[in-house]
Ligand binder design. Structure first.
Ligand SMILES: *Cc1c(COP(=O)(O)O)cnc(C)c1O
Length: 397
């Protein structure tokens, strides 16, 4: 049986006619850059995320870059982030001439560890005060520990840019005046960045991204930076870039957006089934396979209408003999992948920046032990059972 890591054809099929009609309408309109279709998408994404403003951009990478530019991050500045994420998170810091500072990850959630963040921020505040932004990543579709991260942001007066590329719609139990208020990824920090890369839960037919924020002045700065810093046109008070999204992507995303809650639900159902079936094999009990943990789930079950506590952009296991297992599964025609095999402080392009003396053991372990299984909404029971059977037969022989 063939089980791809991700199959977009199955998602496309029921929407295809609607998408083709909408794209055709854009082509016939000859309005190909920004415009009313993009504005509609921006309003819908802002509403979905509970944010006041949304600014469509050309990719998740450009979302991060434009957000950092709007916060004036540049040479001499440091940005505190996680070493265990897609490269773009750190690439944007480096492209602006700033330096990343890494706090290690939590071994359960793989998200940035707030205790280490606190130590780093404390040391920086006593010495150079060069940390000018914090970028937590809501990895695999589960929010980082934002109560503590936002408390640190307030304590040190440093803005948070959420890398929510993998987490659009993921909800987080924020404590507000002693009560839990479920807030959406991206809407908690100063700015939140989304990617519509096709493999994300909400994907377009190319590259696309979005920034959400609540501060109207920051939104305005980002909008200006999106068009080369020109405001009015041809008058450049700041240097921006071409970070624009096009209406072809916007109409596709607008058609898909209403389906997102059901797709998240289907991914969670797959995660439940994997977890149950893998427990039944005994491999979890024996410690051979460690399941991902949805750390806000218990709280979500008490929320009146539930909450998207995890959107499972990826379903990531920690396993023994990881590389052999992947090879075996590939041989059985099962797609699986390592996110991510090299933590960012160990990347070749980081050489000469002093990171060879930096040890982040949890990120380094995760890079050696984890792997992602197919979790896309249309996966279905039969293929999922087959994946679990093959994992079991790999270890049991
Ligand atoms: C996908 C992703 C990005 C970059 O998004 P693009 O749209 O591919 O530029 C950034 N950060 C994380 C965590 C991502 O997963």
């Amino acid at each position: 049986m063939h089980v791809p890591l991700l199959d977009l054809k199955e998602q496309l099929a029921p929407l295809r006619d609607e998408i083709v009609a909408a794209v055709t309408e854009v082509i016939d309109s000859t309005q190909y850059i920004l415009g009313p279709k993009v504005e509609v998408l921006e309003a819908n994404v802002a509403a979905y995320c509970g944010a006041n403003h949304a600014i469509g951009v050309a990719s998740g990478t450009d979302a991060l870059l434009a957000a950092l530019m709007a916060l004036d991050i540049g040479p001499g500045d440091k940005v505190l982030t996680t070493p265990y994420t897609f490269f773009a998170t750190v690439g944007c810091i480096l492209r602006l001439g700033a330096e990343p500072v890494f706090a290690d990850i939590d071994p359960v959630t793989y998200n940035i560890n707030p205790e280490q963040m606190a130590e780093i921020l404390h040391a920086d505040a006593k010495a150079e005060r060069r940390i000018k932004a914090i970028i937590p990543v809501h990895l695999y579709g589960q929010c980082a520990d934002m109560n503590r991260i936002m408390a640190l942001s307030r304590e040190y007066g440093i803005p948070v840019v959420e890398d929510a590329a993998q987490a659009i719609g993921a909800a987080y139990p924020m404590e507000v005046d002693g009560k839990v208020v479920w807030q959406k990824a991206g809407a908690m920090g100063a700015a939140g960045c989304f990617s519509f890369f096709p493999s994300k839960n909400l994907g377009c037919v190319g590259d696309g991204g979005m920034i959400v924020c609540n501060d109207p002045e920051l939104a305005e700065r980002i909008k200006i930076i999106r068009v080369h810093g020109g405001a009015p046109k041809y008058h450049h008070g700041v240097v921006g870039g071409n970070f624009r999204i096009d209406p072809i992507q916007a109409v596709v995303l607008d058609i898909k957006l209403p389906h997102l809650p059901a797709w998240h639900q289907a991914r969670r159902a797959n995660a439940e089934n994997y977890s149950r079936l893998l427990r039944e094999t005994g491999l979890v009990g024996e410690g051979v396979v460690t399941l991902p943990e949805a750390v806000y789930r218990a709280q979500a079950e008490q929320a009146p209408d539930g909450a998207d506590y995890h959107i499972y952009n990826q379903f990531v296991l920690r396993v023994e003999k990881r590389d052999e297992l992947i090879k075996y599964l590939h041989g059985q025609d099962i797609g699986c992948e390592i996110y991510y095999p090299i933590p960012l402080h160990r990347q070749a392009c980081m050489a000469g920046r002093g990171f060879d003396r930096v040890f982040l053991p949890e990120a380094e372990q995760a890079a050696l032990q984890t792997m992602a299984l197919p979790i896309f909404p249309e996966l279905g029971e039969e293929r999922l059972q087959y994946v679990v059977e093959k994992i079991n037969s790999f270890y049991r022989g």
